[in-house]
Design a protein around this ligand. Structure first.
Ligand code: ZN
Ligand code: ZN
Length: 282
């Protein structure tokens, strides 16, 4: 399995001199496994992925599966700029959860409502299938599972397993116990999430907040990085990618978070702040 980060920023694109090393694009992760292309989220990072895929294909058709965690802007705003969807002959299945008020395809189509965007969904000439996630999916020897995470609205986490290796993508998630202050409910829910991440080779996980942020932003659906490290340790993950960086955090501040996260992990878990352009072989 191979992972490449195309966008690691949360909430809002944050381009500029201060974010060049970790990148300013919102979530998009490319995963290659078992000969299949998986794209995790369609934040602004998907635009550059599209350019890369078109070049790589050299005119041959592109097929892939896009897994959307949820339809907050930062996770879908790049979709209308993903060039391969305008190319006839290409085919994408776009997976996501059923929204609380609307079906998944209607929410994605709404992104291109003329009020917000000049081009309509119907102008995308690739074959697109919008699929509401139900049970596990199999792609040859790759098994894809999902679970609900703790974020306002409907939000999914995904886990990809292949031949004893795995990648788990859990972004926009607030550790339950931190939010619910050690309630039995929080403990139980955290245990379920831990089980979902159990023994994973790479856990890509929300780590947006510091302790200081969390004093104001408790309940906003994101985790303190120290809680994320604790989850990685409890779940026995092999590597932890701190993800969904705060748009107000510059590169130096992310260096400091990475350093502190490593101290907290105490050598029992390899952790790093995910960088745009970074590739990882699993
Ligand atoms: Zn987000
Ligand atoms: Zn969100």
């Amino acid at each position: 399995m191979k992972v490449r980060f195309w966008g690691t920023r949360g909430s809002l694109p944050a381009p500029g001199a201060g974010t060049q090393r970790y990148g300013g694009n919102t979530p998009c992760v490319e995963l290659r496994a078992g000969g299949s292309l998986f794209v995790l989220d369609a934040g602004s990072g998907i635009r550059e992925l599209g350019t890369f895929l078109m070049k790589e294909a050299g005119g041959r058709p592109i097929t892939g599966d896009i897994f959307i965690t949820h339809t907050h802007w930062d996770h879908i705003q790049g979709f209308p700029f993903f060039t391969p969807v305008f190319q006839p002959g290409n085919r994408f299945r776009i997976h996501g959860g059923r929204g609380s008020t609307k079906a998944f395809d209607k929410v994605m189509g709404g992104l291109m409502d003329p009020v917000y965007f000049p081009v309509e969904l119907g102008d995308m000439l690739a074959k697109l299938d919008f699929i509401e996630v139900g049970g596990p999916l199999e792609y040859g020897e790759v098994l894809v599972r999902s679970t609900f995470s703790n974020h306002p609205g409907v939000n999914l986490a995904y886990r990809f397993d292949q031949g004893g290796k795995s990648v788990t993508y859990l972004t926009d998630h607030e550790i339950y116990e931190a939010m619910h202050e050690s309630s039995p409910f929080g403990k139980k829910q955290d245990r379920l999430i831990e089980d979902f991440c159990r023994g994973t080779d790479l856990l890509i996980c929300d780590a947006q907040y510091t302790d200081q942020d969390y004093r104001i932003k408790r309940g906003w659906g994101h985790s303190r990085y120290r809680d994320t490290v604790a989850l990685g340790l409890a779940a026995g993950a092999r590597r932890l990618a701190l993800f969904h960086h705060d748009p107000w955090r510059d590169d130096d501040a992310l260096d400091a978070i990475e350093k502190d996260a490593r101290l907290i992990a105490g050598g029992k878990l390899e952790c790093f702040a995910a960088r745009e352009g970074q590739t990882i072989d699993i």
